[in-house]
Design a protein around this ligand. Structure first.
Ligand SMILES: Cc1cc2nc3c(=O)[nH]c(=O)nc-3n(C[C@H](O)[C@H](O)[C@H](O)COP(=O)(O)OP(=O)(O)OC[C@H]3O[C@@H](n4cnc5c(N)ncnc54)[C@H](O)[C@@H]3O)c2cc1C
Length: 342
């Protein structure tokens, strides 16, 4: 038996632990995988809260479906039906700059006509195709890369908000090669980002034309750009599923329980046998892999059944000061109480 320790239960650690177990299983070997996490909940930056029926993300709000392995991974997790593509409305991006909301231009001519950057700032960007690419093997920070190619103003106005949106990080300390490998590759392949944009646009047009003549879907031809995709209950659904799979035993299996009005039922069982998990499943607080919970014949996942109605009809009394340990007390309470009482 191989013993493996993974440090950190963010998406990287959880996915690594999952793959090690899967690979060991496929090879007919046994692997004892332990994930060590210093925080109070799994998921790391990937963390979703359901507040008043809304899916609220603390970290990533999706991934691009051009990263096919991410979709494959969700499918392996049985979450295919839960995948939700973002509305096309999100293709229009706005930036609050110089006192007002400004739409981000989607083509170089529109960029040069927009007032996003000062005239000297735009002229500096216009020189981008003339700047030599970095030497191969050099690992620049996002700041070093952007100021070298497009100047300080473009970094602060365009790149910084973009980097904050994706990593909520500091561009001075993020490696371009690690965080934006495609941008690094574009510079290395085409010598400049502007040249790369024109070349890729030409390539995409040709692919679209070819796809049309071959009767293939045009969407396929533009696929490398990707579409923002998430899960119905947020990205945390994936880390929750991975974390749940770390336990070695099946918690609830073949459980059938019908409760009549005013009936009192006692659940008795050893610690870890799934008593609290069953209550949480009934309250729709943790996702379950199979089966259905019905309230008056309607599945609790049926969109007809309002969340407030569910929580009005099925209450839960915490056995400790909390129900879900990683939430504060008020967050635990907020899950059940109608918003006007909070
Ligand atoms: C606000 C925000 C928005 C984002 N938006 C997107 C997005 O839309 N799309 C996208 O693709 N990416 C996005 N990202 C980036 C994405 O969230 C991260 O790249 C990803 O979640 C990192 O996962 P990770 O497992 O590598 O690291 P983390 O999520 O940071 O996990 C590391 C884990 O290790 C634990 N740990 C650290 N040190 C130790 C130790 N010594 N012992 C034990 N445990 C330890 C930590 O507590 C943590 O739980 C966003 C990030 C943020 C913050």
């Amino acid at each position: 038996m191989k013993e493996v320790i993974v440090v950190g239960a963010g998406i990287s650690g959880l996915a690594t632990a999952f793959e090690i177990r899967e690979k060991a299983k496929a090879a007919g070997e046994k692997a004892a995988v332990t994930v060590l996490e210093k925080g109070s909940r799994p998921g790391g930056k990937m963390h979703t809260e359901l507040i008043g029926g809304y899916v609220c993300e603390w970290g990533p709000n999706g991934y691009l479906d051009s990263k096919v392995h991410a979709t494959e991974f969700c499918e392996r997790a049985g979450l295919r039906k839960e995948l939700v593509p973002a509305s096309n409305v999100v293709n229009r991006r706005f930036l609050f700059a110089k006192g007002k909301m400004r739409e981000l231009p989607d083509s170089p001519p529109k960029f040069f006509l927009s007032g996003l950057l000062s005239l000297p700032g735009r002229i500096r960007v216009a020189f981008e195709p003339l700047i030599r690419p970095a030497r191969r093997g050099v690992d620049e920070s996002v700041t070093e890369f952007a100021t070298r190619r497009m100047g300080r103003e473009a970094l602060e106005m365009l790149l910084d908000p973009f980097v904050a949106g994706v990593f909520a990080g500091n561009p001075d300390t993020l490696s371009l090669k690690s965080c934006f490998p495609r941008i690094h590759e574009m510079e290395q392949t085409y010598g400049s980002l502007v040249k790369a944009l024109f070349a890729l646009r030409k390539k995409r047009k040709a692919e679209k034309k070819k796809a049309k003549t071959e009767g293939k879907s045009v969407a396929g031809a533009t696929a490398p750009r990707g579409h923002l995709t998430s899960l119905r209950r947020g990205m945390g659904q994936l880390t929750d599923w991975l974390a749940k799979g770390l336990g070695s035993s099946l918690v609830l299996d073949d459980v059938n329980l019908t409760l009549d009005n005013h009936e009192v039922v006692c659940l008795i069982g050893a610690s870890g046998s799934g008593k609290s998990t069953l209550l949480r499943c009934i309250n729709d607080l943790v996702p379950f892999d199979a089966g259905v919970v019905r309230l008056d014949g309607i599945s609790i996942h049926d969109p007809q059944l309002e969340r407030s109605e569910l929580y009005k009809r099925i209450g839960i009394v915490f056995q400790a000061m909390y129900d879900l340990k990683y939430l504060y007390h008020w967050q635990n309470c907020r899950q059940f109480l109608p918003s006007h009482l909070m």
